[in-house]
Design a protein. Sequence first.
Length: 89
Amino acid sequence: MPTSRPRHVITETDAVAQAIDDAAKQWPDDRDHRGRLIFRLLEEGHRALAQRTKRRVAGRREALTRTSGVLTGVYSTEYLEELRRDWPA
């Protein structure tokens, strides 16, 4: 099919063949269309990566919220000024 978009070639190694065979069990309507199964695997993998990223971001935000302000009051208002006095001019 003509296209101006990049094309990619995948060699069906044993691992790739197993993934496609497993995909055929998941999506039996496409079992005779290995190219479609590869595309479905790609979509499913992308969806899994996006969900993992969302969970990681949510975890980091939760950690920031949980620890926000825990050091409030530990340093005096003059602490930074005192620290800078020790720096070479």
